[in-house]
Ligand binder design. Structure first.
Ligand SMILES: [Zn+2]
Ligand SMILES: [Zn+2]
Ligand SMILES: [Zn+2]
Length: 259
């Protein structure tokens, strides 16, 4: 099956606390470069009139307004950390507009955590006020198709936890990870666009670093690599000037076309 061309919009390129970081007055947190303003990590994949969201960050409302998202066809979750799920309630306006339920895709452990965080969405109790109308769909590691585009879950290690990145067509989005297992690397050949976690320069137990992700890019040889989940240790202009050819820092609002 030929996959449709699609657009990726970076809704957020920042780490869990965002940049600027509350209370911090460092050079990057006070930078005038808009690329140094990083909301929490998320992308939108758009094709043939469909919008697929990966993760609902605590900034989702602001991200949806900024990107002028006017409908939402599905949400895919990478894992259950707060910076990836806490904006889920803000999908309600899409339910109103579309008069339809929205499917959400997640691994069983992630879905359980989402249901614990938002019990009122899933308990089936009729309320006076509106709650998101969602259909849960469990991911088991097999590829699944959304409106003609196949999404392949790619297991990645986020510290001790195994979470999912996703490959779709010639693109892959691997947010939070510290290691990519060899079997998963085999799923990441012949890519046009690869997103990789690159939190900072210093090592971190659950996140990749700039050097580690440069090495991953060199090994996997995608045509274009973009780093994401970036903290305030990296100022966009200077950090990007030090990267090898073909490797760049993502920034909020970045749009990429993938054929
Ligand atoms: Zn994260
Ligand atoms: Zn700072
Ligand atoms: Zn995480």
């Amino acid at each position: 099956m030929a996959s449709p061309a699609f657009q990726i919009t970076v809704l957020g390129s920042g780490t869990s606390v965002g940049v600027p970081t509350i209370g911090c007055h460092c050079e990057v947190c006070t930078s005038k470069d808009p690329r140094d303003n990083r909301l929490r990590p998320s992308i939108l994949v758009s094709y043939e009139g469909r919008n697929i969201l990966i993760d609902t960050t605590p900034d989702f409302r602001a991200q949806a307004l900024r990107a002028r998202i006017d409908h939402l066809d599905a949400v895919i979750f990478t894992h259950s950390h707060a910076d990836h799920i806490m904006g889920l309630d803000d999908v309600r306006p899409f339910n109103f507009r579309q008069q339809s339920r929205i499917p959400i895709y997640a691994a069983p452990d992630t879905m359980e955590a989402i249901q614990r965080c938002f019990p009122y969405i899933f308990d089936g109790i009729k309320r006076e006020s509106n709650v998101p109308q969602l259909d849960t769909r469990l991911i088991d590691g097999s590829p699944f198709e959304l409106f003609g585009l196949q999404f392949l879950p790619v297991p990645i290690l986020h510290g001790k936890a195994t979470i999912y990145g996703f490959r779709f067509g010639a693109a892959a989005y691997l947010t939070d990870h510290s290691e990519i297992p060899p079997a998963s690397k085999e799923m990441l050949r012949d890519l046009d666009v690869l997103f990789l976690d690159a939190l900072r320069y210093k090592p971190h137990p659950t996140h990749s670093t700039v050097d580690h992700s440069i090495a991953t890019a060199a090994e996997l040889q995608p045509r274009r690599t973009f780093f994401t989940h970036i903290c305030h240790d990296l100022g966009h202009e200077r950090a990007e000037s030090l990267l090898p050819p073909g490797v760049r820092l993502a920034y909020d609002g970045l749009e990429l076309r993938v054929e």
